[in-house]
Design a protein around this ligand. Structure first.
Ligand SMILES: NC(=O)c1ccc[n+]([C@@H]2O[C@H](COP(=O)([O-])OP(=O)(O)OC[C@H]3O[C@@H](n4cnc5c(N)ncnc54)[C@H](O)[C@@H]3O)[C@@H](O)[C@H]2O)c1
Ligand SMILES: [Zn+2]
Length: 1557
């Protein structure tokens, strides 16, 4: 049997089961062709290709099988198939068959559209999604790195053959995926279909699971499946026929897709299209609800039906939140992606809005402002405080859940039609309706767009469902209990089976089943005793029933509700002691009376109820479900707290629910005026700020309302009414709520929750055994801007929104938790009460790298606290740090500040004792943190005992700038302190103190500085210490993050250190790291991963190099040595690396998300490399795995590292294609390489942090690893690194060391460049020609051309400009010429750390180089620079030219401020016998200083000889300056650090040879 659906005027969509033969017959008959070409993927091919081959035997039939997955929808695959088609000599009359899911359909359709300008094709969809959506309509497309489906065509298939038998092999998740589209189509077009989908989810699942047999008639279930698919296809076909090119109506099929696609863009491929659309459907429905277009009932129905098909319905679904990529689901990101939707008009977003189930608001997408979308997408809500704009407010709150369930069943069992209004549409009611329909006990219809449910009652005449049909109840507890008895009423042959989900199968029904069995009914447990599933035989005799009612009152209500339909009148006797929840039993009895049955209780002392039989009579025509009384408390409380009026219908003095007493029992005594009719309540609050405290209130009858009472009590500023005061209360504004102990075991511990959240507002409370006390405060004293945690508890969220009405900027963190009882609370708050609600995106505040720029701005200037044991070197380190961070940073010692305030420490302790001292110390710390003076740009060293007080520890832990613990070995500290007598004695052993405080330092500090550098006794630091302090503090403060330049186009490398102990590497570290930008410490390969050992290893490495460290803990599974299962230990180790301020932290994807999150949160300036290694060789770079890993890594990594293994060179090209496809602005850089020799190519081509080896290393870290030099050579040979020529311009230059210097550097790094001399007397044609040559790379410029060269350049650096001379020409990437000056940098480098305090400098000579020297001295911080020259006039004009602070002088004048740094620019010959230099004044500075001689022949000039003879003077020969400035030039030209060690050695050797030394 083949069914047909018409599209675009032709019956070309065929549906049925097992259609292969039909497909062949149809095609051969109607689509004659020279060749039939079937394209499929490996999954589908393995299952079904042979069937097609057999069927098409005898005609030319070709097949091509592709990799499954979205990756195949690419240009590359399209070209691959086209090339193959051409090779097979396929011609224009070919017919292509697309057998597979949407991927195959879209791809093959597009190939068919363009092959030979278009060939015929047919769709044979094999996934549900393809059947109902992608195969119908003629849209075809492929993906590009810029987005999905961007290149394609409208190309209609000749036929769509929908063979439902294919679904039998489809994984369940793919079935759900397609159901999202089915639900979507019904939702926009056909309410009846929608209702069928609601009612028959279980049957549909069963249908795809039962196998069809060839030839056999199809089963009922399969008929249903066919019907559902056909209906869905029919709608789509109709819409396509009306609007083939998507100009209006066809937009409608995009319902759920505007937001769904944005979500998909972030979560793909981990989450499927239909799953994202499912969430999108709900969010877009909520958008319509928010605008007042769609009712909550409809949103509820959509939610439940999607859930029934196993689909996620919110972004907080655990399947989504478990994905690292979910961190990127920020509202801004989603809105940004939505900007490029085809439906949009300009900037305006358009979304399909539903107006009810089966109908859209407009016949096209509707414009929606961003603010509305933002609100729907946000996880948190902010109530904008103010007065309710709609006052006097009038509204009905949602129906009570308990009453809704009962009313539905009562109406169904009655004889006649009853209209239920204000029904709470929950899982329970949904399930109950489905079950009653299955039992043919009643018919249901919706009226008023879902506001009214019309129940056509069956009078208790129910029928056993057909054999094989189970009634599925999900986890709907009330429905399960009520229906257990109802099923005994069903008549007919066989039995009724009821079942539920796994959770339901654990919930008890035992006492009820026992009671019914005892009364003669037959019920049987099918799995576990005491729980569902049950088999229930017809027959409810009635008579005397004994029931244990101590577990659930629902058992009692179950028997009561069905009893009127029993064969005999029922006498229900409750046994077994205490009866639980009597109010609910009373509620059932009261409602039965409304439906015409009177239950009597002859003896009120006994729990015996008499129920007449004879069934329910004619029901009331209309039954309004009472509003939920607990929900009612919120709008009433808003009136109370804002001094406005609110009237609620559906709740009053006649209410069945205890919480209805809230108005009279709580609001009235708080000073509100309350008017209550039988079913209406009006409350008017006192003027804002004038609520009364309650004194004592017992809320036992209305426990759920206590949270509302708490927030009102928090702002009660008038004493309780006379008679309610508490004599024993600590505060006259006390409200003491009791009788609510059960609220500790609700959705959360609600008493605790209220105490903790109120505390955030600054409201004090006290917990009691069965309640709490709240102490009222004036509203203006409550803290604004509080972020309230809701504990996934609807009542906490709604109660605090009441407080939000008067306290500014309160944010309710989980707005969705209100769904349980008032899903549209936020909409009602805005639309019906008149308080504005805004969306708040909490995600954005802790998202990954995207917002790191704003963080930089904040953290950069924050002061640093330095803590640690006395003797650890805090002061020395702190001073060095402040010095290194820059002139505007200041060091301050808290002990010194303390003594300024309180006098000497020992005296203070002696006078007041230690505790008083600690208090004063903590108070000082608080001052430092809060005072604007110290908040920024200070390094603050704290006393060693600061961590002794918990309060001080808290302050430090909460501080949002860097806190650094300076540590050093215990022995060193103890020894030092035992010698020091200036501090008060501890009164205990120093080692004891050390051990006690150590953990506190660790917990208070975010970073740890291991001080193995700075000697304890003297303030003078070694060079290594200065560099390391500068690096560490520059990095953690953000003043100078020590990071690799990863800019586009620049290649970067890191060297892997694989030593068990780094010591052997240290002496040769400079050579080892030649050309590398960073060094990797493979922590997993160290001799021990003990933290103390690792800490020491890092410190040792830091002493030898300040290159950024890549800190890696590689697990065994990923090719390392760290045990896979020790994930916690691995995270702890990485955390250690972070604390030590290692710049790059390698974090493997497999580590637990929570731990990684914490790490990412605390990373500061350091960067996370999210890594994944696949050694198997099976990972395909064009496959879905890599994409999935990338998505995971990109979600939290600043850099993504993916390593595979190459089998052939092709794998490296696939790798590059993959990297290109995921690279782009704003995306993290990707380090991707293949292992093994076949993968070497990938190492050469990878631009981002390529791991490299070095010939000096004992072993390679990984197979296929290359050195920097090897990679550069390879790049050159590949044409990616052209050889350049560099020159020295000047005269005389024949003796210059520069060629040796630069050529050595080029060679070491494997660079193909050359450096030669170009000696000319003037800047002439020769030089011009050299500059213009295409191979020109750059030049050094020396005397006499440093000025004359400038006009030939395109631009000049600010330094060169200030100096007025260029010594370096750089050819930039765009070919332009740039002039710079490195002379001054060479001088700065040679002087090193400038002298401390105020100092002056002196320059000898007044020529061109002197200008650079003056500039260098000013840059080093000299307060004044003397210029001394033989010809005074030249000195005068130079000083005049270089501005303030520069003074021409004779040597004799220097006595007033003798220089600390002297730079001579005079040739050696000029200083030989010059009397003007021999003056004592030159070296008059008592502390000594540094002399730098720019002349470099001879090695020791007369000036240097002279200086050496003076005490305290350090000398720097000119050759050193030449080297330093040369390194700078080298870096400017090549973008790489010069290999200093080798270059220096080679140059010095050549120099010595030249000088004959
Ligand atoms: N053209 C359109 O109008 C349109 C509409 C919606 C979606 N799409 C496109 O459709 C694609 C998604 O289609 P999809 O969800 O069908 O994915 P798909 O084609 O990737 O198929 C899903 C998976 O199921 C496997 N599979 C397919 N049929 C099977 C069967 N019968 N038994 C066992 N396994 C089977 C496939 O091999 C694949 O691994 C996306 O590219 C999307 O853009 C297009
Ligand atoms: Zn779709």
């Amino acid at each position: 049997m083949v069914e047909r659906v018409s599209i675009l005027g032709k019956d070309s969509i065929h549906l049925g089961f097992r259609l292969v033969t039909h497909i062949r017959d149809t095609l051969l008959k109607t689509q004659p062709a020279s060749c039939y070409v079937l394209v499929t993927d490996t999954n589908v091919g393995a299952l079904y290709l042979d069937d097609f081959k057999r069927a098409f035997a005898g005609v030319r039939f070709l097949s091509y099988v592709l990799q499954p997955g979205e990756g195949s929808k690419s240009r590359e695959t399209k070209a691959e198939v086209e090339d193959w088609l051409l090779a097979q000599a396929c011609t224009r009359d070919t017919v292509m068959l697309a057998l597979g899911g949407g991927v195959i359909g879209d791809l093959v359709g597009f190939i068919a559209a363009t092959f030979m300008r278009g060939v015929r094709f047919v769709q044979i969809p094999t996934t549900l999604l393809a059947m109902v959506d992608s195969s119908v309509g003629g849209k075809t497309a492929i993906d590009t790195p810029h987005g999905k489906n961007l290149i394609g065509a409208f190309w209609q298939p000749e036929y769509v053959f929908i063979d439902l038998a294919f679904l039998e092999s489809l994984p369940p998740r793919e079935f759900s995926n397609g159901m999202a589209e089915v639900v979507k189509t019904a939702a926009i077009w056909d309410e009846d279909e929608f209702a069928a989908l609601e009612a028959r989810s279980a049957e549909l699942y069963a249908a795809i699971q039962s196998k069809s047999t060839p030839g056999a008639p199809i089963s009922a279930a399969q008929k249903l499946l066919l019907h559902v698919v056909k209906a869905s296809v029919g709608v789509k076909a109709h819409i396509v026929t009306v609007d083939e090119r998507e100009t209006g109506l066809r937009n409608l099929v995009n319902f759920g897709h505007s937001i769904g696609h944005a979500i998909e863009a972030v979560l793909t491929p981990a989450v499927l299209h239909g799953e994202c659309v499912s969430v999108g459907i709900i969010l877009e429905a909520e958008l319509a609800r928010q605008r007042g277009i769609l009712s909550q009932v409809a949103v509820g129905r959509l939610t439940r039906v999607l859930k029934a098909y196993g689909l996620p319905v919110s972004l907080s679904d655990p399947r989504i939140t478990a994905l690292p990529a979910s961190r990127q689901l920020t509202v801004d990101r989603l809105l940004d992606i939505m900007r490029v939707d085809k439906k949009n008009k300009g900037d305006e977003k358009r979304i399909v809005l539903l107006s009810r189930i089966g109908k859209t608001f407009e016949e096209r997408a509707t414009p929606v402002p961003d603010a509305q979308i933002r609100k729907v997408l946000s996880a948190a809500a902010k109530v904008v405080s103010g007065s309710p704009a709609k006052s006097p407010v009038r509204l009905a709150t949602p129906g009570s859940k308990s009453i809704s369930n009962r009313a539905l069943l009562l109406a169904a069992l009655s004889r006649g039609t009853c209209r239920l209004t204000n029904l709470l549409h929950s899982d329970d009611t949904q399930v109950m309706m489905g079950a009653l329909a299955d039992l043919r006990g009643a018919r249901f219809e919706w009226e008023d767009g879902g506001d009214t449910l019309v129940v056509h009652g069956g009078g208790g005449a129910l029928a056993v469902p057909p054999a094989g049909k189970e009634i599925y109840l999900g986890n709907a507890g009330t429905a399960a209990r009520f229906l257990t008895t109802v099923c005994t009423l069903a008549r007919g042959a066989g039995e009724t089976r009821i079942t539920g989900n796994a959770r339901m199968k654990q919930r008890p029904v035992g006492p009820l089943v026992d009671a019914l069995r005892a009364a003669g009914s037959s019920l049987e447990y099918l799995e576990g005793a005491g729980c569902l599933p049950l088999r229930i035989a017809p027959g409810f005799a009635g008579g005397h029933i004994k029931l244990a009612a101590s577990v659930s009152s629902q058992y009692v209500s179950s028997v009561l509700l069905s009893a009127p339909c029993a064969a005999q009148p029922v006498t229900l006797e409750l046994v077994g002691g205490q009866v639980i929840s009597q109010p609910y039993i009373d509620m059932t009895i009261a409602m039965m009376r409304s439906f015409g049955v009177t239950v009597t209780r002859p003896d009120p002392a006994r729990h015996v109820y008499e129920i007449p039989n004879g069934g329910y009579g004619v029901p009331p025509e209309k039954y309004e479900i009472e509003s939920d009384a607990s929900s009612a408390t919120y709008p009433l409380a808003i009136a109370a707290i804002t001094g406005t009026t609110c009237t609620l219908s559906g709740i009053g003095s006649a209410s069945l629910q205890g919480d209805a007493g809230f108005a009279k029992g709580v609001l009235e005594p708080m000073g509100c005026s309350v008017k209550q009719g039988a079913s209406e309540t009006t409350v008017t609050g006192p003027p804002k700020g004038e609520l009364r405290a309650l004194g004592l209130v017992d809320m036992e009858p209305m426990t759920d309302a206590f949270l509302t009472a708490c927030v009102l009590a928090a702002v009660a500023t008038r004493p309780p009414l006379p008679g309610r005061e508490l004599s024993d209360a600590p505060n006259p504004l006390t409200t003491r709520i009791i009788g609510i102990a059960n609220q500790r075991v609700k959705e959360c511990n609600r008493i605790r929750a209220m105490i903790d959240e109120l505390a955030k507002f600054g409201v004090e409370t006290k917990e009691l055994d069965d309640g709490l006390e709240i102490y009222g405060k004036p509203i203006h004293e409550l803290k604004p801007g509080v972020s309230v945690r809701c504990y996934d508890d609807h009542r906490v969220a709604m109660a605090f929104s009441v407080l939000g009405a008067v306290v500014e900027d309160a944010v309710l963190e989980e707005k969705r938790c209100v769904e349980k009882t008032w899903p549209n609370w936020w909409d009602d708050l805005e639309n019906k009460i008149g308080l504005k609600v805004e969306g708040v995106d909490l995600q954005a505040t802790h998202a990954g790298p995207s917002n790191s720029t704003s963080e930089t701005a904040e953290v950069k200037e924050k002061s640093v606290f330095v803590i640690g044991m006395r003797g650890a070197g805090k002061t020395h380190v702190g001073k060095l740090a402040a010095h290194a961070l820059g002139k505007d940073w200041t060091f301050a010692d808290a002990d010194v500040l303390f003594e300024q305030k309180h006098g000497s420490l020992p005296a203070f302790v002696a006078a007041h004792g230690w505790p008083a001292f600690r208090d004063a110390e903590t108070a000082l710390l608080k001052d430092l943190i809060t005072s604007p003076r110290y908040a920024t740009k200070h390094v603050l060293s704290l006393g060693g005992g600061i961590v002794e007080t918990p309060a001080a520890r808290e302050l430090l832990k909460k501080y949002d700038g860097p806190v650094v613990a300076v540590t050093r070995a215990a022995d060193a500290i103890v020894e030092f302190l035992e010698r020091d007598k200036t501090r008060p004695a501890y009164g205990e052993s120093i080692r004891g103190v050390f051990e006690r405080r150590q953990p506190w330092f660790a917990e208070c500090a975010k970073y740890e500085f291991v001080n193995d550098f700075v000697p304890q006794d003297e303030g003078r630091a070694t060079g290594a210490a200065t560099t390391e302090v500068a690096r560490f503090f520059g990095h953690v403060t953000g003043v100078a993050p020590n990071l690799v330049d990863l800019q586009d186009g620049r290649r970067s490398y890191f060297l892997s250190l694989t030593y068990p102990d780094v010591r052997p590497a240290l002496p040769i570290i400079d050579g080892l790291t030649t050309g590398a930008d960073a060094v990797e410490l493979r922590v997993d390969l160290l001799a021990s991963t003990d933290h103390a050992y690792v800490r020491e290893q890092v410190a040792l490495l830091r002493g030898a190099t300040s290159l950024p460290i890549v800190y890696t803990v590689r697990t065994k599974a990923q090719g390392g040595a760290f045990p896979d299962e020790k994930t916690k230990e691995a995270l702890d180790l990485i955390e250690l690396g972070r604390r030590l301020a290692c710049e790059y932290l390698d974090v493997e994807l497999s580590l637990p998300v929570a731990g990684v999150d914490t790490l990412v949160k605390n990373k500061g300036k350091s960067k996370v490399i999210a890594s994944w290694h696949d050694w198997s060789g099976k990972m395909r770079w064009d496959g879905p795995d890599v994409k999935a890993k990338y998505a995971l890594a990109a979600a939290f990594g600043d850099i993504v590292k993916i390593v595979g293994a190459a089998n052939s060179i092709q794998d490296n090209f696939a790798l590059r294609r993959f990297v290109d496809s995921v690279s782009g602005p704003g995306r993290p850089p990707v380090l991707a390489i293949n292992m093994g020799a076949a993968g070497q190519m990938s190492r050469i081509l990878n631009p981002v942090l390529s791991p490299v080896t070095h010939p000096l290393l004992p072993t390679r870290a990984a197979p296929g690893q290359l050195s920097v030099a090897q990679i550069q050579q390879a790049l050159h040979l590949l044409g990616l690194l052209p050889a350049r020529q560099f020159f020295l311009f000047g005269t005389p230059i024949s003796k210059s060391m520069s060629p040796t210097l630069h050529n050595t550097g080029f060679k070491e790094l494997g660079l193909p460049h050359t450096y030669g001399l170009l000696e000319t007397a003037e800047v002439d044609e020769t030089i011009r020609a050299a500059l213009k040559d295409n191979a020109f790379g750059g030049a050094s410029v020396t005397i006499p051309h440093k000025l004359a060269i400038i006009p030939l350049l395109d631009a000049v650096s600010p330094h060169a400009q200030a100096i007025g001379a260029v010594n370096t020409v750089i050819r930039q990437a765009d070919g332009s010429l740039y002039g710079d000056n490195t002379d001054w940098r060479g001088i700065v480098a040679c002087v090193g750390t400038p002298p401390q305090g105020e100092w002056t400098g002196c320059v000898l000579g007044a020529g061109g180089t002197a200008r650079a020297a003056v500039y260098a001295l000013k840059a080093l911080g000299a307060s004044r620079v003397w210029v001394v020259n033989r010809t005074r006039a030249n000195a005068d004009s130079l000083a005049a030219a270089l501005g303030p602070g520069v003074h021409a002088a004779n040597v004799a004048d220097l006595a007033s401020a003798p220089p600390a740094v002297i730079v001579s620019t005079v040739p050696a010959a000029g200083t030989e016998s010059a009397a003007w230099l021999k003056a004592r004044e030159l070296f008059a500075r008592a502390e000594g200083g540094v002399v730098v001689d720019m002349a470099y022949a001879p090695l020791e000039t007369p000036l240097l000889k002279l200086a050496k003879a003076q005490a305290g003077w350090r000398v720097v020969p000119g050759i050193e300056v030449l080297l330093e400035q040369g390194y700078c030039q080298f870096e400017l030209w090549t973008g790489r650090r010069a290999p200093k060690g080798v270059v220096r050695e080679t140059v010095l050797n050549a120099y010595k040879k030249q000088q004959g030394i």
